[in-house]
Write a protein that binds this ligand. Structure first.
Ligand SMILES: Nc1nc2c(ncn2[C@@H]2O[C@H](COP(=O)(O)OP(=O)(O)O)[C@@H](O)[C@H]2O)c(=O)[nH]1
Ligand SMILES: [Mg+2]
Length: 210
């Protein structure tokens, strides 16, 4: 099954590359702030880059409805009992988006730090979030997920103080498991730190072959 997924993921990658799309696979535990971060990213890029979103959840289309209300083209995938998105699901969902009018495709994966790690979706970048409210040890507890990240984002920095979040320890844990990853620290809710992340995305998109 994984082998078949890998084949389909490579197909997706070729297809997305032909369309000149920068594709992000956004992963984290439930409630770390994926939907909020994606919405603020799309809003921050508006005017320069057009963003479409695919959202995966076991049930409900709450997140898609939130993003749609913000004017972002979005397709919901409900996976039922499946705890991750697969390349075939992404291929089907992408067909429902106006890809020729988009520059960036953001995929919100099903919230969990275990099963999605094994499934390549054909993304350009794996973006793994950890919030200050989850503690500092998530990279140590879920090494495959954090090891596979191209980008690690510490979210909800506005709540760091209230949670007694040990920033140095969290960054050291990240560096240990995801030493190759770009690290950003943001509070999507207040906008703190978002400019650096958006600048990074603009640069990556400019480097995407068309
Ligand atoms: N204080 C604060 N709350 C946030 C931030 N980002 C998300 N949240 C809140 O965290 C909760 C879960 O966020 P959501 O984006 O739905 O997370 P998801 O389950 O990973 O998609 C919601 O109540 C958000 O309003 C942030 O930067 N700061
Ligand atoms: Mg969500």
């Amino acid at each position: 099954m994984l082998e078949k997924n890998e084949r389909l993921a490579e197909q997706n990658r070729g297809f997305f590359r032909a369309k000149g799309l920068l594709v992000l696979n956004v992963l984290s535990s439930p409630g770390s702030g994926k939907t909020t971060f994606i919405q603020k990213t799309a809003e921050g890029l508006a005017g320069t880059l057009r963003v479409g979103v695919i959202v995966g959840d076991l049930a409900t289309d709450n997140d898609a409805a939130r993003l749609r209300r913000a004017g972002i083209p979005v397709v919901q995938v409900t996976t039922g009992t499946v705890c991750h998105l697969e390349a075939a699901m992404v291929a089907r969902a992408a067909g429902q988006l106006p890809l020729d009018q988009l520059d960036v495709l953001i995929i919100e994966n099903v919230g969990n730090l275990v099963c999605p790690a094994d499934f390549d979706l054909g993304e350009s970048l794996r973006v793994v979030l950890m919030s200050t409210t989850e503690g500092e040890d998530k990279p140590l507890k879920y090494p495959p997920m954090f090891h596979s990240a191209n980008v690690a984002v510490v979210t909800k920095t506005d709540l760091a103080m209230a949670c007694g979040f040990d920033r140095e320890l969290a960054l050291a844990n990240l560096r240990r498991i995801a030493h190759h990853a770009e690290v950003f620290e943001v509070a999507a809710k207040t906008g703190a730190g978002m400019e650096g992340w958006l600048a990074y995305l603009r640069k990556r998109r400019a480097e995407t072959p068309r």
